[in-house]
Design a protein around this ligand. Structure first.
Ligand code: 13P
Length: 252
């Protein structure tokens, strides 16, 4: 059984005080209940403070990015070991905003995934097509290319340790959520790809989250699908009540 996994990607939002208050409210709401896996991913400068607010709860801490090198002359970058050092368990990698705005390629994402795994972090590897790509019937090819490029030469032992997030770019921050059918179709394709590249056991154990305009209203329907194992939530993760409602939907 794949345990449902709800993660909040706060992106570049909140002040330190707001982040601590939000994390405290999420931690209080989730408590020590671990039937659904829950994580919040604040801006990196607030990781330590948010981690303190989460202490004693079942809510994990995640980062939104990292660099693939362990240390050295890489001004402005943060290593996987540094993230572990401040209490992170997860790191989001290859988010479409990083791919589009910061020109990260799937090869870059792969280097980061390898480094994150080596540091014992759980990577949340994002893939997703743009609206133009969907309209051109290229969704399957695009997510396939992104997944294959991002996984690279990972072994089965490595792949079972990561989480995949399908985030159609046209659904991110737009309020236009993918229909449950659209999401489930891509999730099933991604799982099939894992089966082809690895084994049916690997495919059956890797969690695939959906992301893109997930909220308290649409979460239950998405999470009812056989291949949708959780959600990577942006905007709706910035309010504790809405985020906790999504966690509650995953419990059903
Ligand atoms: P929204 O939930 O705001 O659409 O963002 C989704 C996302 O990008 C999560 O990583």
């Amino acid at each position: 059984m794949r345990r449902k996994f709800i993660a909040g990607n706060w992106k570049m939002n909140t002040t330190r005080a707001e982040g601590v208050a939000l994390a405290t409210a999420v931690a209080n709401g989730v408590g020590t209940q671990a039937d659904v896996e829950v994580a919040v991913c604040p801006p990196s400068v607030y990781l330590a403070a948010v981690g303190e607010a989460l202490a004693g709860s079942a809510v994990g801490l995640g980062a939104q990015n990292c660099y693939h090198e362990a240390k050295g002359a890489f001004t402005g970058e943060v290593s996987p070991a540094m993230l572990v050092d401040v209490g992170c368990k997860y790191v989001i990698l290859g988010h479409s905003e990083r791919r589009a705005t910061f020109k990260e390629t799937s090869a870059d994402v792969n280097r980061k995934v390898v480094a994150a795994l080596a540091a014992q972090l759980t990577p949340i590897v994002c893939v997703g097509e743009t609206l133009d790509e969907r309209k051109a019937n290229r969704t399957k090819a695009v997510v396939r290319e992104q997944l294959e490029g991002s996984l690279g030469l990972l072994t089965a032992e490595q792949v079972v340790k990561l989480v995949i997030a399908y985030e159609p770019v046209w659904a991110i921050g737009t309020g236009v959520v993918a229909t449950t059918e659209q999401a489930e179709e891509v999730h099933a394709d991604l799982r099939k790809l894992l089966e082809t590249r690895y084994t049916s056991q690997v495919a059956a154990s890797v969690r695939i989250q959906y992301g893109g305009s997930v909220n308290a209203e649409n979460a239950a329907s998405l999470l009812s699908q056989p291949n949708i194992d959780g959600a990577l939530v942006g905007g709706a993760s910035l309010k504790a009540e809405g985020f906790l409602a999504i966690v509650a939907a995953a419990r059903k």
